[in-house]
Design a protein around this ligand. Structure first.
Ligand SMILES: CC(C)(COP(=O)(O)OP(=O)(O)OC[C@H]1O[C@@H](n2cnc3c(N)ncnc32)[C@H](O)[C@@H]1OP(=O)(O)O)[C@@H](O)C(=O)NCCC(=O)NCCS
Length: 213
């Protein structure tokens, strides 16, 4: 995908982008005012502790554009997460890992919230919405989550979602250098619930084809 930069407006959200609503949090398209809040959280060293570096404004805007365009293309992806009053709190959603590993191709669930919004259960609530969409609408057989081994906060979200880790699945992230302290990653998995298997078996497709087009 070509690089997109701050000067380029976000795409007008396609009507088929899924919009998911929970009791306190909703997931939907990215909007132009989200970019500043997203840049602030990407510049925060504590929020970005388990990533190779903080992002500057341009890197943050590029990341938001990539997520907005993937949502536009597939109808699902890494959604902007909001509270009832419309406040942007970060992103939560589904993505196809771009690197190769024993467990790819697959679909992962991921999250990043501004620090001010930690400790309220928002990430778990939003992730449940994304998982319901993955197993219901998209009929995925499995969703994974991955993070640097030491990222206990993120791992607690995975636990709360009912995801499980087999230490045999631990891996070195191929995008990180051999000397990076973040290189060792854990992999958590969750299978589609049996009750959904019975009704959606015939709809099962490979991760590359989970478009809602
Ligand atoms: C990972 C991350 C999303 C977790 O956020 P979080 O707010 O801790 O997670 P949850 O939404 O599940 O909230 C659970 C916490 O809220 C508390 N909480 C308070 N009110 C609550 C409520 N009404 N309902 C549920 N939980 C509530 C829980 O007790 C729990 O706290 P604890 O973990 O200290 O026990 C957040 O730390 C983050 O964005 N980190 C930076 C990005 C990152 O590392 N992403 C992952 C990279 S792979």
């Amino acid at each position: 995908m070509p690089e997109r930069h701050a000067t380029e407006p976000l795409p007008t959200p396609a009507p088929r982008i899924a919009r998911l609503s929970g009791a306190r949090v909703s997931l939907g398209p990215w909007e132009a005012p989200d970019l500043a809040a997203f840049a602030a959280l990407n510049a925060d060293t504590e929020t970005m502790r388990w990533f190779p570096s903080v992002l500057d404004r341009r890197q943050s805007d590029d990341a938001a554009h990539r997520m907005a365009h993937e949502l536009q293309t597939r109808g699902w992806g890494l959604w902007a997460a909001r509270l009832d009053d419309g406040a942007f709190i970060g992103f939560v959603g589904l993505a196809i890992p771009k690197f190769e590993a024993r467990f790819t191709p697959t679909v992962e669930i991921a999250w990043r919230l501004g620090r001010h919004f930690w400790g309220h259960g928002y990430a778990t609530e939003a992730a449940r919405l994304a998982l319901d969409h993955a197993f219901g609408e998209l009929a995925l057989p499995e969703v994974v989550a991955l993070t640097a081994t030491g990222n206990e906060r993120s791992r607690r979200v995975m636990d709360r979602l009912g995801m499980t880790r087999d230490p045999a699945d631990d891996f070195d992230h191929p995008a990180l250098t051999i000397d990076s302290p973040l290189r060792r990653h854990v992999l958590y998995r969750i299978r589609r619930p049996d009750r959904l298997d019975k009704t959606t078996e015939s709809a099962e497709r490979s991760p590359e084809r989970k478009d809602t087009r």
